[in-house]
Ligand binder design. Sequence first.
Ligand code: HEC
Length: 149
Amino acid sequence: MWRSLSILFTVGALFVCLSFSKTVAAEAAPAGQKLFLDNKCTQCHAIDALKIAKAKSDKGEEDEEASEGGKKVDPPDLSDAGKDKDHDAAWFSKWLMKEEKVEGRKHKKKFKGSPEELKTMSEWLTTLKFDAPKKKDGGGKKEKASSDE
Ligand code: HEC
């Protein structure tokens, strides 16, 4: 009798533990990451380090990319987006609102969410300090950053 009760108790405790750890895991995915997915940033960007894949590109986005300034710039993988110490949350907010430039270019997409969401997303972007994924194709000419800094 006591034996079966204690088994029941153990099983119960285990169950509580399991469901608890599940909740923690769900909360561990940061709000910024959710916003990133919800705002379809994945149409152009992957974040390899977080196993966030770029969505299958549909036409139209391609056109938009090609049209700006004539020069086509591929959207970078954002695994290491937060590594640049000059790019803090405030910088990302401006960048996403097309108020800030990188090498004379503005971002492709203006952020459509609320100011709070912009803040959450920007702060989250600063946490992306992983190693950038290795380029798979070594074929094409790669422009090395020139040393005119
Ligand atoms: C239409 C395609 C497109 C979409 C959608 C898009 N981006 Fe980008 N993004 C780009 C391109 C292209 C660049 C490279 C800009 C350049 O260097 O000229 C870029 C660059 C960036 C950078 C790098 C800035 C740096 O440090 O140099 C960040 C961060 C970024 N995007 C975040 C986002 C977020 C967050 C979203 C969703 C709200 C988003 N992007 C949606 C195309 C896109």
